[in-house]
Ligand binder design. Structure first.
Ligand SMILES: Cc1cc2nc3c(=O)[nH]c(=O)nc-3n(C[C@H](O)[C@H](O)[C@H](O)COP(=O)(O)O)c2cc1C
Ligand SMILES: Nc1ncnc2c1ncn2[C@@H]1O[C@H](COP(=O)(O)OP(=O)(O)O)[C@@H](O)[C@H]1O
Length: 310
């Protein structure tokens, strides 16, 4: 897959079949659409393109909107890599861009930049300044400019929207198994390991504190989870706490993971942690000893769960 951070840098002259959207989560509903796109490119001997925008239009147009996304932009790229897609164009969404008229948008983006032959698009897709053009308008631009428009049915679009809503809700509820079922892969958190209070090692459970710079990343419900992570090409299982560490009077929310059967220095390392299963709520214990006991039980639970996977 080739990656472009601006449609203007797309210089490939092979005609394209394009689909346009945010594809947050790149879940099984999105994958069906992308499969159709890739198939259509193959059948017609042209190249497939997903055109997506970043930041999310709502981050730009309603700056106060506290939008949370299932994937960071880098995670989205990583998941799309595996779909067989030829090209991913992530065009910067700016206020200026949002003011392009529908005609300017079609000409500059679809025709001039992408050399479009075919577009696969949701029945309810809107585009151009104030989103005032629809799929019928796109079809007439197509007749004038020699490209065809293929509609994704209401049913398929509804399925996509339902899945996204279910995934967000499941993550908010801590129901990782449900989220992962709809995603078709394990929900992940990606970030850098930073220093904490250095209490973990005293509890005999050193915990890597994950810092996620993307404020828009959706973080699941507070609590304790079974997780896994590939670090330097080796798979580690572990247990994660998302919370404020009330027992030790923590204030800020942290994301901390203890990996089993491992001893390494992870500071400043970028890691990606896949979440597998929720264990329990975070609690305020009366003493550090009680917390330690709870962590031992979490470890037992996690190990049993991990063994049940194989
Ligand atoms: C599996 C796991 C479960 C945890 N559960 C709780 C909890 O229920 N309540 C709590 O106050 N802290 C909990 N913690 C957080 C510990 O308080 C934290 O790991 C400890 O304070 C070490 O912090 P440090 O990495 O900043 O040194 C948990 C941590 C882990 C890894
Ligand atoms: N099994 C392990 N799981 C997680 N981190 C580990 C492990 N073994 C060593 N470490 C290291 O220990 C650090 C965490 O120790 P800890 O005492 O909890 O300090 P901090 O408060 O800075 O997180 C991690 O960032 C990592 O570099």
């Amino acid at each position: 897959m080739k990656l472009y951070h601006n449609a203007d840098t797309y210089t490939n002259i092979t005609p394209t079949v394009v689909t346009i959207g945010t594809f947050d989560g790149v879940h099984i509903g999105h994958k069906k659409i992308i499969e159709r796109l890739v198939e259509s490119a193959k059948t017609n001997g042209i190249e497939s393109v997903v055109l997506t925008f970043f930041p999310h239009p709502r981050m730009v147009l309603q700056q106060d909107s506290d939008i949370k996304l299932i994937n960071t932009i880098d995670e989205r790229i990583q998941i799309l890599e595996k779909t067989g897609l030829d090209n991913l164009v992530i065009h910067p969404f700016t206020k200026e861009f949002s003011r392009l008229t529908a005609g300017e948008y079609v000409q500059q983006m679809l025709i001039d930049a992408l050399n479009i032959r075919h577009v696969i698009i949701g029945y309810d897709h809107r585009f151009g300044r104030n989103r005032n053009s629809n799929i019928t308008d796109l079809a007439s631009y197509g007749i004038q400019n020699d490209f065809t428009v293929e509609e994704i049915s209401k049913q398929d679009i509804d399925d996509v929207a339902i899945s996204s809503t279910k995934i967000r809700q499941a993550l908010a509820d801590g129901d990782i198994i449900k989220a992962n079922t709809y995603l078709g892969y394990n929900f992940m958190l990606t970030g850098k390991v930073v220093r904490g209070k250095e209490l973990g090692r005293k509890l005999s459970y050193p915990t890597a504190n994950l810092h996620i710079p993307e404020e828009y990343k959706l973080i699941p419900k507070k609590g304790v989870y079974v997780v896994q992570s590939k670090i330097d090409n080796k798979l580690y299982f572990g247990m994660m706490n998302i919370g404020t560490n009330p027992t030790v009077n923590g204030e800020q929310q942290t994301i901390e993971t203890h990996f089993f059967d491992a001893s390494f220095n992870l500071y400043d390392k970028k890691i990606q942690i896949e979440m597998l299963k929720r264990i329990r709520d975070e609690k305020k214990f009366n003493s550090v000893e009680e917390l330690q006991e709870a962590m031992q039980q979490d470890e037992e639970f996690s190990r049993e769960y991990i063994n049940s996977l194989v």
